[in-house]
Write a protein that binds this ligand. Structure first.
Ligand code: ZN
Ligand code: ZN
Length: 249
């Protein structure tokens, strides 16, 4: 059995919101939800990027909650989900990491069809950032939801149906190779377990003994349990605890 972990839980309470919007959960509220779902190792994050509703001070406020006396930090870790630039560097950087007292950084790609309408340009956009982060960024431990943005091109009506068969094979092979070489983890998140090519990618992670991590990507308390369901699928696929990523702390 795999240890129940979820290193991608957003404490969305701290982001800047429109007046009257739902406040979103704090770290303590997300931790309680994760424990109720049966998650043993918990990682709380928020976004680190250039969006106006994610200023750095929100991360400082989240860090203050986590590091406050009395916050139950046993088996609870603090991370960020930082946007990756084309060269693979992340928005948080070593300096931000030290300032916030983080245990880990998830490097993710976030891009919309509005910014990048051409679907094949998007695939290249995400691939380059992931590959460069795997090769050159010592600050990042986990690649968040690889190709998790693809579904947006389906929702925008640019492609009829998103599936992993649309990703060039060489991109997937190179990501697997670089993940293995770098010792970084590939995150199981925003996943469709009915997608045959995605399942093959997971099998390569398993047989290649590449590190993996599991994320619910929950922004509210209700979706925190998604990590448990995903972990159960990985168990059925034969994933081993020895390749299950853990923070060094
Ligand atoms: Zn993300
Ligand atoms: Zn996220």
């Amino acid at each position: 059995m795999l240890i129940r972990s979820d290193y991608h839980i957003h404490a969305s309470f701290y982001r800047v919101k429109k007046e009257g919007a739902e406040p979103g959960p704090t770290a303590a509220e997300q931790l309680a939800a994760a424990r109720a779902a049966g998650t043993e190792l918990v990682g709380i994050v928020e976004h680190c990027n250039d969006a106006p509703h994610h200023p750095f001070r929100c991360l400082e406020e989240l860090s203050a909650e986590y590091h406050a006396p009395g916050f139950p930090r046993e088996k609870v870790f603090l991370g960020v989900e930082a946007d990756l630039a084309e060269d693979g560097s992340d928005r948080c950087g070593r300096e931000g990491r030290a300032k916030l007292g983080l245990h880990y950084v998830i490097g993710s790609v976030h891009v919309s069809p509005v910014k990048c309408p051409d679907f094949s340009v998007y695939l290249e956009y995400e691939y380059k950032r992931i590959a460069n982060a795997l090769m050159n960024n010592a600050n990042v431990e986990i690649i968040g939801h690889p190709f998790g943005e693809g579904i947006r091109w389906e929702k925008a009506g640019i492609i009829p149906k998103w599936h992993w068969g649309l990703i060039p094979e060489r991109f997937l092979a190179e990501i697997l190779r670089l993940a293995k070489e770098s010792g970084k983890a590939l995150e199981v998140n925003r996943c469709d377990f009915t997608d045959g090519v995605y399942l093959d990618f997971l099998k390569e992670i398993k047989t290649g003994k590449i590190l993996f991590s599991v994320g619910s990507d929950a922004h509210g308390t209700r979706s925190v349990g998604n990590a448990v369901t995903r972990t159960q699928v990985l168990e059925v696929l034969g994933f081993q605890e020895s390749c299950h990523w853990r923070p060094k702390a």
